[in-house]
Design a protein around this ligand. Structure first.
Ligand code: AMP
Ligand code: GLY
Length: 419
């Protein structure tokens, strides 16, 4: 099978790496890619937001399967353009990607499908926002309605900060605060069959101890030994399957990866958000443990034959990913800093260094080119083992001004997570 991965991030590097190790895959192409992806795929220069150009490239490389990684091209309809050209594509249509593209739309679908989520008000004016903030009380949760790369959400006890964020966004969703640990549960679906992956946990805040601003994600691990028995079955039954059924009922079937961001609250499971694509960096950890060939799952979803593939199989190990971010991230990141030590990190058993915001400078040196630069991903027999390896990998890498969290999966390792 010839595959083409669209995107430039760590998720796309992890996808391309897994495809390159899949015996059923003969060629991996990627566009636009990054220097890490170039080590496992043939890169092509294409605007990932231009559906016609992506479809044209897919035809030129004779792709059997196109995988659209990030949300922005999905929301722009790039998967539709590829499918219209007669090529199998993993990723939802423009209409179905609205589950991520608009938080208000996602709330409407959840209401129709009776999926448990936070109570919310969609607000268009400062007066409506003020009334909603007072109705829920602190901590305040204010979400930009539109795509914001994980950075459009403010959770704060400071009413003034909440009011300012609402004013800066325009249309916002204001919702009740959900307590309890967060879980990322992904499902691969062809619009009918729903195959959940194993649960993972992501770390959204920039700093240790869940302090600092929200980011796209600073680290992840899987599986979750503290998750309640039956969590996957319950989330399938109450969240994933009803959502997929509701999307089909509306005539906009969801085909691709449905990402349920969940809070395990004192009152039960609640959906925090839906995304319409693989999560980053959860994917780096998940794919490190996936034993089912990735191409079978993605192609099955893209061609409506997922029922023939069956539930994915997992290694017994634990995987953990630590993001190294540029100076200033999640504010405007500094770029052009040299990245040294990837080979030394990858010399550690079980470690893969997944690249996101990287580029080559004029002299051919690897440099930073975005906010999240690397995801140092390790597997191990236990969480402690995987953590030790991942952080040894982080310690081997030198990037001037970079920062990372030192407490990824620490609470789980210490047995400190209470559900
Ligand atoms: P979102 O983009 O909707 O996933 O929000 C980003 C992050 O903000 C989530 O992963 C949570 O950590 C936090 N968050 C979002 N909604 C809520 C909520 N209703 N209650 C508590 N925290 C939330
Ligand atoms: N890790 C969070 C996300 O991909 O949105």
């Amino acid at each position: 099978m010839k595959t083409l991965v669209i995107g430039t991030g760590g998720r796309e590097h992890a996808l391309a790496l897994a495809l390159s190790r899949d015996p059923a895959v003969t060629e991996v192409h990627a566009a636009p890619g990054n220097p890490g992806i170039a080590s496992v795929a043939t890169l092509h220069d294409v605007d990932p937001m231009d559906g016609a150009a992506v479809a044209d490239l897919a035809m030129r490389v004779d792709a059997d399967l196109v995988v659209v990684g990030p949300e922005a091209p999905l929301v722009a309809g790039v998967a539709d353009a590829v499918r219209e050209a007669g090529i199998a594509c993993f990723g939802p249509s423009r209409a179905a990607a609205q589950l991520e593209g608009s938080k208000a739309f996602a709330k409407e679908v959840m209401a129709a499908a009776e999926v448990p989520t936070a109570m919310a008000h969609v607000c268009e004016t400062p007066e409506q926002a003020a009334a909603a903030l007072d109705a829920f009380g602190p901590p305040y949760v204010v979400k930009d309605d539109a795509l914001a790369a994980g950075k459009g959400v403010v959770v704060t006890r400071d009413r003034r900060v909440a009011v300012e964020h609402a004013a800066a966004c325009g249309r916002v969703v204001i919702e009740e605060f959900l307590d309890g640990p967060e879980v990322s549960l992904f499902a691969i679906t062809d619009g009918e069959t729903v195959l959940p992956l194993q649960p993972a946990q992501d770390f959204k805040r920039a700093l240790d101890g869940d302090e600092g601003p929200n980011t796209g994600g600073m680290g992840a691990y899987t599986p979750l030994d503290w998750a309640p028995d039956g969590l996957v079955a319950e989330v399938s039954r109450r969240v994933l399957v009803p959502t997929v059924l509701e999307m089909a009922r509306r005539g906009t079937p969801f085909q691709g990866l449905l990402y349920a961001g969940l809070a395990l609250t004192s009152r039960g499971v609640r959906v925090v958000e839906f995304n319409a694509r693989f999560g980053d960096p959860e994917t780096q950890a998940l794919l490190a443990l996936l034993e089912t060939p990735l191409s079978a799952l993605l192609h099955g979803a893209a061609t409506g034959t997922l029922a023939d593939v069956g539930l994915p199989a997992w290694s017994e190990e634990v995987a953990l990913s630590v993001v190294m971010a540029s100076c200033n991230y999640p504010d405007t990141p500094r770029t052009g800093d040299r990245i040294l030590g990837i080979d030394a990190a990858e010399a550690i058993e079980g470690v893969d260094v997944i690249q996101a915001g990287t580029a080559l400078d004029d002299e051919g040196n690897l440099v930073t080119a975005g906010g999240r630069v690397l995801a140092v991903t390790a597997t191990g027999e236990t969480l402690e083992h995987a953590r030790d390896r991942a952080y040894a990998g982080v310690d081997a890498i030198i990037i001037d001004g970079a920062h990372h969290r030192t407490d990824i999966a620490l609470a789980a390792q210490l047995g400190d997570i209470e559900v």
